[in-house]
Design a protein around this ligand. Structure first.
Ligand SMILES: C[S@@+](CC[C@H](N)C(=O)[O-])C[C@H]1O[C@@H](n2cnc3c(N)ncnc32)[C@H](O)[C@@H]1O
Length: 469
């Protein structure tokens, strides 16, 4: 789950949490951590059934449900947990994957890109500032059925020092929180929340769906591309920038969850460290296992040359240092400096003899292209901006496939801006639409990207009006 470690915070967040209302899930100051039974019950019953726990305490949950007219309306909205297709088949099912991975989600009927597969209220909310002991206390005050449901979730052992003093169910609950907590926004009380069905989504470094916590704490699971019937649903627990980096980096980021990723990408050849061969036409790829004695770089896929490992590692290290020196908080004129580096890379890649990170096959090239692209537009170097956008798109397709990504939506935005600079208004509008379509599939509409595209569209309209007047 994409979650920030839960650290103690200001008292204010406790008060905020006391006032939040999640669709069909109302918290009062006396039950900050527990949704009121009356509004939560139908959602809960559905979740239990889905998880094959239908018999657990259902009668007590039902009898405690005093559902008012208004509430039952809320519950209907909440009842898309998970969504159900028009033929009554659930959009998502929880299935056993393997002993090692545990349970996971599949789409029995498939789904189209952008489909909302799950809309779910939290099962447990730990507001920012609540200690583990506070949470354990709240857990112990929950109904037995809810406690059972929480304890049925995955629970990886954490750092022993953080588990001192907890045992039995309480220890398992602490582990469940650690393994499944998803960061929630300030508007929903900050801190972390656990979701009964959404938290069954496993991680992949090539995700086909995304989890996104809404302003009110409701969780959405959306398909990032078309999914075929029976396909497993995977989300990413780490950010897109991290997904574009090599496997050891991704594994380090996933360290928090304490598992070794066994996804499709992690089981295949490394796809983020290609070097352009000095023959000028081929690429040498880094292989996870040794290709030859002490050598992990494959031969050039064109001339078959094999370069000394030290040469490739040394060159990669130098470029890596350049990239790491670019810190938004520390580097003044970051985009200009990034552009100077990017230009250096592109120039060297045009020289026959040089060995550089492949323009569309190495994370370093993609990172520099991403940082330099807007500066290329500012300097009205439209051809170069287009080339950078195309490079980004090729790289992201190779690594993350055809699922919607911020990077590929950004590439469309850069191409739109390039067309706008050239006065190709129609083409620019179409590319803006493409960028928006992709951004809308992403959590929070791709963050600031939709705003940027909107700004560009408004300037195109203004430009048109000026030309016509
Ligand atoms: C939030 S849970 C996901 C659902 C979980 N599989 C279950 O049975 O409830 C996270 C845990 O699932 C397992 N997991 C998720 N993605 C995985 C992956 N790509 N490779 C191996 N294990 C994974 C790990 O044990 C991880 O700690």
């Amino acid at each position: 789950m994409a979650t920030a470690p839960l650290t103690p915070g200001p008292r204010r967040s406790l008060q905020l949490a006391a006032r939040i209302t999640v669709k069909g899930t109302h918290w009062s100051s006396s039950s900050v951590l527990q949704p009121a039974a009356s509004s939560f019950a139908p959602h809960f019953v559905r979740v239990l059934r889905l998880l094959g726990l239908g018999a657990v305490g259902l009668s007590s949950v039902r009898s405690s449900a005093r559902v008012s007219r208004k509430r039952s309306q809320d519950d209907k909205e909440c009842s898309r947990v998970p969504g159900v297709a028009s033929n009554g088949v659930p959009l998502v099912e929880v299935v056993k994957v393997s002993d090692e991975v545990g349970l996971g989600l599949v789409v029995p009927q498939g789904a189209t890109a952008g489909s909302l597969l799950i809309e779910e209220a939290p099962l447990f909310h730990r507001p920012h500032g609540h200690s583990l002991a506070d949470s354990v206390l709240a857990f112990n005050q929950m109904t037995e059925a809810k406690r059972k449901l929480l304890l049925s979730l995955a629970a990886s052992p954490g750092v022993p020092e953080k588990e001192v003093g907890f045992e039995g169910d309480n220890l398992r609950f602490v582990r469940v929180l650690r393994t499944n907590s998803v960061a929630v926004r300030e508007s929903a009380g900050s801190g972390g929340a656990v979701y009964a069905v959404s938290c069954r989504a496993n991680h992949s470094c090539k995700p086909n769906a995304a989890l996104c916590v809404q302003e009110d704490g409701t969780m959405h699971l959306k398909a990032l591309r078309d999914l075929h019937p029976g396909e497993a649903v995977f989300v990413s627990y780490i950010g897109e920038g991290d997904l574009l980096r090599p496997r050891p980096h991704r594994q380090e980021q996933l360290g928090h969850w304490g598992f070794t990723c066994n996804c499709e990408r992690c089981g295949a050849a490394e796809d983020t460290r290609g070097f352009r061969c000095s023959c000028g036409s081929g690429v040498m790829k880094y292989e996870a296992s040794e290709v030859g004695p002490g050598h992990r770089w494959g031969p050039c896929n064109c001339c078959k040359a094999v370069l000394p490992e030290e040469t490739l590692l040394g060159t990669e290290e130098l470029w890596q240092e350049h990239v790491f020196s670019l810190r938004p908080e520390r580097t003044k004129h970051l985009s200009q400096i990034a552009l100077a580096m990017y230009d250096g890379l592109v120039d060297q890649a045009a020289e026959t003899e040089s060995i550089v990170p492949a323009l569309d096959g190495h994370w370093i090239s993609a990172k520099l292209a991403r940082l330099a692209a807007e500066e290329l537009i500012r300097q009205e170097r439209v051809q170069d901006a287009r080339a950078a956008a195309q490079l980004l798109r090729r790289y992201v397709r190779k690594t993350l496939g055809v699922a919607a990504t911020r990077i590929s939506a950004f590439a469309s935005y850069i191409e739109a801006a390039a067309a706008a600079v050239e006065g190709k208004e129609q083409e620019a509008q179409e590319l803006c639409q493409a960028a928006l379509r992709e951004a809308q599939l992403l959590p929070r509409n791709g963050d600031q990207l939709s705003e940027k595209v909107g700004e560009l569209q408004r300037s195109l309209v203004k430009q048109k009006e000026l030309t016509m007047s």
